[in-house]
Every structure is written in structure tokens, then in C-alpha cells.
Design a protein around this ligand. Sequence first.
Ligand code: HEC
Ligand code: HEC
Ligand code: HEC
Ligand code: HEC
Length: 373
Amino acid sequence: MRYCLLLSVILPLSFIGCTQKQEPTKPAPDLAAGKAIAEAKCSGCHGLNGGGAAPGIPHLAAQSPEYLLQSLYAYKEGIRHHAGLQDLAAHMSDTDLRNVAGYFASQPPIQNKEMQELPPSPYEKGKTAAAVCASCHGEDGNSTTPGIPTLAGQQPVYVVTATQEYLHGLRPISGMEPTLRGLRKLDLQNIALYFAVQTPVQRGAAPFGDAAAGEPLSGKCGGCHGARGVSNDAATPSLASQDPQYLLSAIKAYRDQARHHEIMNAQLAGTSDSDIENIVAFYTVQKPKAAEDRPISAKKLAEKCDRCHGAVVGRPTMTIPKIAGQDKDYLMMALRAYHDGKRGTSTMHRMTMPYTDTIIEDVASYYASQPAK
Ligand code: HEC
Ligand code: HEC
Ligand code: HEC
Ligand code: HEC
């Protein structure tokens, strides 16, 4: 046996035929016993065939048996929270759990029939929802009205934060009131994704100030806003080619503490009017760049996820569930739980941290529409 182990390091297993395991293996699950448990205790929700009976209930059919078993222990031990399942699992022996997991895993995969058509992407939804902003912010968010900021190419997290500042009365909302009040948070996230991809138009010189004199003054701003006003951080706005009138009033508002943001208030405290005009003149003529090159697409995102979830063999150190063809509502629920840190502090928490609800819905729809294997 030791000889076999040694050889198997050097040569592929199949080549030398060391099929026997080194460890004494657990007995194979008793599928008939597992079926009896499934029928009595699980089929009302998971179907006898392992198909979730309602939206939000996961399909168990053809799932990895190790993953099913691991989940059942997670409920039993209160690592995953679901009162009903914790109670069920608590009253089952290790053998019962292995048998029922083995039974569901052995069922043929369930296809989501109604999910073949994907809903519009967050980008498309954002484009539709952003139409009401165009009358003031311009076509595709390129403002041509002095005093109104360009939103084209702006950093998406910032656009959401800024809009919420108006809604919460932290910035005077003025003419935007009727338009913004009706927006749902999800619409707003979509709108921000849409604007992030639009190409911002390069502006000519500001009607005031001296760009050359503004350049050295912008030195201390570059660490956050990018060397020439193109920000790389989703929460920090780009300033390059922003409307000069708007920039002037925004900067003065920070300086005079009329707009509150600790960092910005500190950065601009005591700056003279003429220095501000020069800084604005500098940023007005800088070459702008959109925050995102292309719309974020679920398919592209899924390439990242498939490094683990798409692998045929999986990763030796991880038990990875199949997610293609899983119930959409369940996928959304699971991803939000990871995102919010309510389902373990796992790899998946890190994976889902950057994504808003609308991207989570998009990627859930994508996987739900994929054929189950
Ligand atoms: C009352 C309905 C209900 C019953 C009965 C039920 N489940 Fe579930 N099951 C659910 C729901 C809802 C979830 C998703 C819970 C969550 O968000 O973690 C779930 C999740 C699971 C999961 C995790 C799947 C995954 O993809 O992570 C497993 C495994 C599971 N159930 C097995 C069973 C077994 C085995 C039984 C019978 C012993 C059973 N369930 C009975 C509703 C039910
Ligand atoms: C009636 C005209 C009008 C409409 C319609 C309008 N806005 Fe505005 N918006 C403004 C004005 C004016 C400002 C500048 C206010 C200020 O100085 O704070 C502004 C500022 C903003 C800002 C701040 C940008 C920055 O760089 O800080 C955001 C974000 C914004 N609007 C989002 C929207 C969105 C999203 C919509 C559509 C759902 C919209 N606005 C519709 C007039 C409008
Ligand atoms: C430490 C990081 C940091 C530095 C340094 C910094 N900023 Fe900012 N700035 C921010 C952040 C973050 C925001 C967004 C604030 C918010 O959410 O309201 C912001 C917002 C702004 C805005 C509002 C833009 C808009 O669209 O409404 C302007 C204008 C601005 N900064 C100019 C400057 C200038 C000029 C300097 C240099 C004198 C500077 N900032 C230095 C982080 C910084
Ligand atoms: C580094 C490997 C890895 C990557 C990359 C990864 N996952 Fe996961 N995923 C896991 C592991 C491991 C689990 C099981 C964790 C647990 O037990 O909660 C999991 C669990 C899940 C679940 C729960 C499934 C169920 O049945 O409950 C979903 C949904 C999911 N991942 C979706 C995604 C999506 C979407 C992405 C891409 C944005 C992604 N994963 C990227 C390893 C990964």
C-alpha cells in the first residue's frame, strides 16, 4: 500500500491502477433508507425527486453529496440558520443524514423550465430608468447646462451616495425632488451602473481661472481623485471635465461647511476663491474617462465564479455546490446572506462583497437559466 501511495505521487492513478483507498472508507449510503426519510420528512418542500417545491427552496437533486451532508451538519450545529431544518437534522443520526444526502444527490438533475429567458440586465434597466435624468443632466449624462454636473462616466458608488444625500436632506435637493423621490434603491443602483459606462465628453476651458496655476494646487487632491481627476475608486468622484460652474459651487460648499464631508471639509478649509477658480479651471480641461469600460455582465462575472463552481473535478480542499439550474430565489437569498455576512465568514463572503442587489439578481438569474447537470 505504501508503495502504491508513493507511485501514485509520481504517476497518474489510473496508470498504475491503485484504485483502492488508503483510508478505510465509510459505508456507501443506503439509498432506499434515504428515500424513506426523504418521503417522510423532506418531500413536502424538496419533492421526492429533489426539486424545490416553491421559489426559495433549493433543488437538491444531483447536488454534490458531500455538500448536502455538510449543509445538513451546518443547520444541525446552527452554523446555517433555519429553525425547521435545525430541528429536523437534530433528530437524525449521522447514518440517516448520510443516507438522505446520498439519496437526493443520486436523483437526476431538475431543469428550470420557465427560466430559459434572461431578464434585462442591470445596464438595460438602468438605461431605461435614467431617461428621466436626461432633461437636466443631458443625453447619456453629459450635461451642457452650467451648474448641472455631468454624470456620464462617474463612479457608480459615488452616484448612489450622492443621490441619497439629496434624498436624506444632506444636500439641497432643489429641482430634482420630484424625479428622485420616486426612485427605488434598485433603480438607482442600475442608473449608476448605466452612467458609469457612458463616455464623458471632453470640455473646453472654464470661463474663469487659470488651469496652469491650478495644476500645482491639485497635487494634494490627486491621491484620492486620480492624478488628473480620473478616479479609480468607486466611492470617490471623478473631477476631470466636470461642469466648471458646478465644481466651483461644490468646492465652495465644502470650504464653507455648507456641504458636509469630514475629509473634504478639511481638505478645502481656508482655500481662497482665486485658488478654487484655478483648481476648477485645471480639472475642467482634463481628459475624462468612464469609470467602467463596458457594462458588467452576469456571463462575464460567472467566469470568475466558474473557477470554483464550474470545475469538473472541483478543488481538493473545498466542498463546492453545483449552482447551475438552481432555483433563482434561493440563489439570490444565499448570495445576499453571504454578502451580509449572515452565512459564515467564508470564501463566498469575500466573493460577494462588491456586488449590489441588482448584480446579485442578475447573476442568480443567469445561473438559474443554465442547464442543471
Ligand atoms: C418546510 C420546508 C422544508 C422541509 C420540510 C425541508 N427543507 Fe430543506 N430547505 C428548505 C429551505 C427553505 C431551504 C433553504 C434554507 C436556507 O436559506 O439556508 C432548505 C435547504 C436545504 C439544504 C441546503 C441546500 C443548499 O443548496 O445549500 C439541504 C441539504 C436540505 N434543505 C435538506 C433537507 C432534508 C434532507 C430535509 C428532510 C430531512 C429537508 N431539507 C426538509 C425547506 C425545507
Ligand atoms: C430638474 C433638473 C434635474 C433632474 C431631472 C435631475 N437632476 Fe440631478 N442634479 C440637478 C442639479 C441642479 C444638480 C446640482 C445640485 C447641487 O449643486 O448639489 C444635480 C446633481 C445631481 C447629482 C450629484 C452629482 C455630483 O457630482 O455630486 C446626482 C448624483 C444626480 N443629480 C443624480 C440625478 C439622477 C440619478 C437623476 C434622474 C433619476 C437626476 N439627477 C435628475 C438637476 C436635476
Ligand atoms: C482623502 C481623499 C480625498 C482628498 C485628498 C480629496 N478629496 Fe475630494 N472627495 C473625496 C471623497 C471621498 C468625495 C465624495 C464625498 C461624498 O461622498 O460626498 C470627494 C468629493 C469631492 C468633490 C465633489 C464632486 C462632485 O461631483 O460633487 C469635489 C469637487 C472634490 N472632492 C474636490 C477635491 C479637491 C479640489 C481636492 C484637493 C484640494 C480634494 N477633493 C481632495 C476624497 C478626497
Ligand atoms: C474560490 C472558490 C469559489 C468561487 C470563486 C465562488 N464560489 Fe460560490 N461557493 C464556494 C464554496 C466553497 C461554497 C460553499 C460554502 C458554504 O458552505 O457556505 C460556495 C457556495 C455558493 C452558493 C450557495 C449554493 C447553495 O446551494 O447554497 C452560491 C449561490 C454561490 N456559491 C455562488 C457563487 C457565485 C455567484 C460566485 C461568483 C460571483 C461564486 N459563488 C464564486 C466557492 C466559490
